[in-house]
Ligand binder design. Structure first.
Ligand code: SAH
Length: 249
């Protein structure tokens, strides 16, 4: 009998943000392939008897190229195993989930996709920043600050748009360039920006500033990955609406 691959979104960090479905398939897994962004408390839920394979991309640890991950998923499923491919956040939001299941489709391997709380939703909630708000933002846009070839070429004109919240994933490395480009394309220098580091975890830190000053603030506070940028007038609400870990700040 052939097995099945579950492409599972593990959420942004807080293990209680796993869906019940994600929790169930994880605790019934024979094999789990997990990424760098999956936190220790979630890894701890993997059954003792299951084979747990780290396939992430941290420089210090062993990691697998994408093609090998895709192959491994097929192999393990063809051995009749219940395979969980566990990813941070949601598998279909900057998570390469599409690439992985394309390979499964080609190989005729059965699969399911289990959505997760994406970093934007998790970080915004735990930082106290509503991504939309009738007074400040009627739309929200998720972009990645990091393209496949390493550049940061974004559609700047579309990003500087009234009443729109911008959420930038993987935006820390290119932050200086992003901030500069946004201002060049007409964003007011006083535009509020938040950086959420390790959102939803006990180590969460939230910094707020303006598009003109955020880069320096990030440097001064040695902000590390994973961090999410939220740009827009909704960030003005952060101080009033923040509730999580407020003592720790
Ligand atoms: N599939 C994931 C995103 C993967 S891209 C999701 O849906 O959330 C990785 C980027 O996500 C990081 O560089 C960072 O910008 C963001 N990210 C993921 N988890 C985060 C967290 N706990 N806190 C802040 N940013 C996070």
């Amino acid at each position: 009998m052939t097995g099945k691959v579950y492409l599972v979104g593990g959420g942004p960090g807080d293990p209680e943000l796993l869906t019940m479905k994600a929790h169930r398939v994880l605790t019934q897994a024979d094999v789990v392939l997990y990424d760098r962004l999956v936190g220790d408390q979630i890894i701890a839920l993997i059954p003792q008897a299951a084979e747990a394979l780290y396939v992430g991309k941290a420089k210090s640890k062993h990691s697998l190229p994408q093609e090998d991950i895709n192959k491994l998923l097929c192999e393990k499923a063809n051995e009749g195993k219940n395979v969980v491919r566990l990813k941070g956040g949601d598998p279909f939001i900057f998570g390469r989930g599409g690439e992985e299941i394309e390979e499964l489709v080609d190989a005729g391997v059965a699969f399911e996709v289990i959505p997760g709380v994406t970093a934007a939703a998790g970080c915004a909630a735990y930082a106290g920043i509503p991504l939309t708000h009738r007074d400040y933002a009627q739309s929200v846009r998720f972009v990645t600050g990091h393209l496949k070839d390493g550049s940061t070429d974004l559609p700047w004109n579309e990003l500087v748009y009234p009443a729109q919240t911008l959420v930038i994933y993987m935006g820390l490395t290119g932050l200086a360039e992003t901030a500069e480009k946004l201002v060049q394309h007409g964003m007011k220098e006083s535009m509020p920006v938040a950086v959420v580091e390790k959102g939803t975890t006990d180590a969460q830190r939230v910094f707020t500033s303006t598009i003109a000053d955020i880069t320096q603030l990030v440097i001064d506070n040695d902000v590390k990955s994973p961090s999410l940028l939220i740009i827009g007038d909704v960030v003005k609400l952060q101080q009033r609406l923040s509730w999580f870990n407020t003592d720790a700040k």
